[in-house]
Each structure stands twice: as C-alpha cells, then as structure tokens.
Design a protein around this ligand. Structure first.
Ligand SMILES: NC(=O)c1ccc[n+]([C@@H]2O[C@H](COP(=O)([O-])OP(=O)(O)OC[C@H]3O[C@@H](n4cnc5c(N)ncnc54)[C@H](OP(=O)(O)O)[C@@H]3O)[C@@H](O)[C@H]2O)c1
Length: 238
C-alpha cells in the first residue's frame, strides 16, 4: 500500500515507536493520522493532519467511540504494547495477564471493531501488527512478553486469509530492540525509533507480510531463515 494519501490510525502514539510512526507517516505524505493514546492530551501538536484520539485498547467503550470518530481509516497500525511480565518462573499472574490483555486481546479487539471501516476503504486497506523478534523465539528475560507476542503473531496469521477475502492485508512487524522506555533497563544495542518507523513504513509500501524494520531484525531474520534452532539459542544467550 502507498503511505501517500492514506488515512492511518496509530495506537500508543504518544511516545516511543508510536510517536515516531506519526512523524514518519506525515513525512511520507499520509493524508490524515489518527494519533490514538490512552491520554490523548499527551499527543504532541504535530500538524493539522494529526487527529488525537483517546484509546485504551483494553476498553471496549473507548474502542467503539474511536471507530465512530475515525470512520475513514485505511491503514490501522496496532502499535500499543506492554512489557510487564519478565522471567516466566517469577512473573506474577497479574503481570502476564496485563501483557496479554494489551498485546493480544486489545490488538484483536481493535482490529475486529475497525473491520467495517477497513472494508469500506477504497482500493483496500492494511492492518499492521507491531510484534517483535520475540514472537519468533522467546527472549527469556522477557519470557511472558515473548509469549504474548507469539500469540499475537499466531492471531496475525489466522487473520490473513479471513481478511484477504475482504481486500485487507495483514502485516506483522518483527522488530529488534528499539531505544524507547519499554527496554530502557536493558543494556543492548538498540535502534532509534525514527529509524525503525522508517523501515516499518518501507515494509508496508513493499507489502511485506513479515516486516523486519531495523538492521538487527534483518540480521536475525537471516539467522531465523537459516536455522530456527540457532535463532532460539541466540536469543536464549542474552
Ligand atoms: N522497545 C523495543 O525494544 C521493542 C522491540 C520490538 C517491538 N516493540 C513493540 O513496539 C511497540 C511500541 O513499543 P515502544 O517500544 O514504543 O514502548 P513504549 O515506549 O513503552 O510505548 C508503549 C506505548 O503503548 C501504549 N500502551 C500500552 N498499553 C496500552 C493500552 N492498553 N492501550 C493503549 N495504549 C497502550 C503506551 O501508552 P502510555 O503512555 O499511556 O503508557 C505507549 O504509548 C510495542 O508493541 C512493543 O511491544 C518494542
């Protein structure tokens, strides 16, 4: 899909990758960007093409209100995410539930609610789920989070044939570490959000079902293609 002229909605648009995605969409010529955030007052005033929107993806009434307001979306980017649950042996039930509520159930609920809007999009629509390399193999120091992203990846795959019939493409973003609040405690090489956002939009334009948006993701994708087992071991060694 072409970003130019598209009408995008980005969840979790107030900071981190979501914020960078709004800027990148504007730079690439999106006609309008709904910048959705739990607190829409935290969405920076970018341009008249940006429409702040209140949206906690775990709240059905807010999702329904967002669908009413953003009834012309052609590109839905499910970026909102949480990484609360870490080691699978020590994480609490509440922590893993929180990650699944946002990363899995919230993402699916937003997609389902926006289907009537996306089906009306002239020339077809695109849904982009921001996942992680951790969807492909567990990153044990974030084991609960990894499980939630793997579940979201499985749902992404399940949606593809269903939505293809409605002229809606479903893309997965398998990103490497990004320099945002989410992983500020982790010491490792990270890509700046603006670079990841740019790579992500390039992947959308190319219509890639699996987008590896940053250099580390592309390097790891090569290892994954070579050997799933080696990929798993590489992640386990962090
Ligand atoms: N950082 C990484 O290394 C990395 C790597 C691969 C993939 N990702 C993925 O990239 C996406 C963006 O993450 P990030 O790195 O930008 O993290 P971040 O800086 O922590 O930002 C997360 C964003 O998601 C929002 N959010 C969380 N739960 C939400 C909910 N229930 N409803 C609506 N918004 C919610 C947050 O809103 P509040 O400000 O209200 O909390 C915030 O805007 C996530 O899906 C993440 O899993 C990140």
């Amino acid at each position: 899909m072409k970003i130019e002229g598209s009408i995008a909605l980005v969840t979790g648009a107030n900071r981190g990758l979501g914020k960078a995605l709004v800027s990148a969409l504007l730079a690439a010529g999106a006609a309008k960007v709904y910048a959705a955030a739990r607190d829409e007052r935290k969405v920076p005033a970018y341009s008249s093409r940006v429409v702040p929107l209140a949206l906690d993806t775990t709240k059905p009434e807010q999702i329904a209100a967002a669908v009413k307001k953003a009834n012309d979306v052609t590109l839905l980017i499910n970026n909102a995410g949480l990484a609360t649950s870490q080691n699978v042996l020590t994480m609490s039930q509440a922590e893993v539930d929180a990650d699944f509520r946002t990363n899995v159930h919230g993402t699916l609920a937003v997609i389902k609610a926006f289907l009537p809007v996306l089906e009306r999009a002239p020339g077809g629509a695109t849904v982009v789920n921001v996942l992680s390399l951790a969807a492909l193999a567990s990153f044990p120091i974030l084991g609960g989070y990894s499980a939630s992203k793997a579940a979201a990846y499985s749902i992404t795959q399940a949606l593809r044939p269903e939505l293809k019939a409605k002229n809606i493409d479903v893309l997965a973003v398998l990103a490497g570490p990004i320099d945002t609040d989410m992983v500020k405690a982790l010491q490792m090489p990270k890509t700046m959000p603006a670079e990841t956002a740019k790579g992500l939009l390039a992947g959308i334009e190319r219509g890639e079902e699996e987008i590896f948006p940053d250099p580390m993701a592309r390097e790891m994708a090569a290892l994954w293609n070579k050997s799933h087992k080696e990929f798993e071991r590489a992640f386990a060694s962090f």
